[in-house]
Structure formats: C-alpha cells, structure tokens
Design a protein around this ligand. Sequence first.
Ligand code: C5P
Length: 222
Amino acid sequence: MSTKKIAIDGPAGAGKSTVAKAVARTMGFVYIDTGAMYRAIGLGAVRRGIDASDAKAVEKILDELTVTMKHGPQGQMIFLNGEDVSEAIRMPEISVAASLVAVIPAVRLKLVELQRTLAEETDVIMDGRDIGTYVLPNAQLKVFLTASPEARARRRYDELREKGVQTTFEEVYQDMLFRDKNDSSRAFAPLRPAEDSVLVDSTEWTLQETIDQITDMVRQMT
Ligand code: C5P
C-alpha cells in the first residue's frame, strides 16, 4: 500500500515544525523533522572539535555518526549514537553547524536515505528545505512556507528565550540571514520552492491561522 506524503519546505523560522506537528496530530500523519538530522550531524562534528565547514574532516567521521529517531505521541526524539540529543541540537551554534554540514553532499545523501526510508513506512508530513524538490518529489502536497526575515527572527528569538537560551535578537537575526543565504546558494539540493508547491506567506498570520490554512489543504487532498 502506498503511503501519503506531505512536504513542507521553507527558510528557518517560518513556523514549519510547529505547523507540521499540529497538522500531523490532527490528521494522523507522522511528523518528521529533517532539520533535526542535520543538526545531529552538526552536533557530532562540533563535539569532536571538527570545523563543520571542513567537508573532508566531516566526511571522515560520518560513518561514526548514527542518527536514529523515535516517533511517539509527544512528537519526535532524535538520537546520536544512541544518546538522546533532542535538546542539545537546539542551541544556536548548532543551527549554524547544521547549515554548514548540510552543504556537504555525503551528509545529504546519508540523511536523505534515512528520510526516504521513514516515508515508505507510514503516512508522513516532513519538513525541511529540499523535501518537495529532492527527497519526496512525488509528495501529494507540497507547501513552501515563508515569512519576512524579521518576523522569522522574532519568532525564533521568542522560542529560544522561552526555553531559557541566552541570546539576543540581533544574534538570532544574523544567524538566520547566514543560514538563508547558505541554504539557498549551495549546489546540491538548495532551498527553493518546488514548481508544484503552494506558496504560503505567514508574515501577517498568527500561528493558528497558518495551521488552519494548511490543515484545510491536507483535508482536501485526503
Ligand atoms: O529546520 P532547521 O532550522 O532545524 O534546520 C537546520 C539546518 O539544516 C538548516 O539551516 C539547513 O541548513 C539544514 N537543512 C537542510 N535540509 C533539510 C533540513 C535542514 O539543509 N531538509
């Protein structure tokens, strides 16, 4: 039996994960956060004292890094070599490391294989940068979710502060601009809307309005 697939792509801080999580809960899909996988590899490199932009060094340790996920009612947990790193990967310096390792084709190929395997097993809503264009080109619904850089940085800043992470708006904003540029300009599977995606700009919307809008799209496809 073929499974249903929904792709949600877009830049950092557009609200992809919150929206995807809510839609998954309402509509009975498994939510898969692919950014968490790049973050886990970024964390693995940082912990080994490796410069995340050094492709050769990252490639050398790639076989030593095993990423696994668990999906339950509380959402997704991610493990690096068996250790639960769901919290550790959310630190701002790991966002940047994730974006740097994500440029390396060997890293992408390793994670895309895992992503496609997960999507074969069950109905999924998967968020990332290249899901509609590369990972799941046959997804039945593709959404490109975006918002202005200021709105995205504000949301991410509020989220980090709520978690007790010490940071400034400016730092979050600059990290975001760096990642947007890095993610959009890489050669292999860059961030861009799939031709058959629906563009959703959430700048002026509340989170709930965005969730409702995308839930409606999913209802129409099922
Ligand atoms: O989505 P999140 O912000 O957690 O992703 C962290 C980083 O991982 C992104 O900035 C991007 O560089 C990378 N990423 C990617 N492809 C994906 C998901 C994330 O390149 N499908």
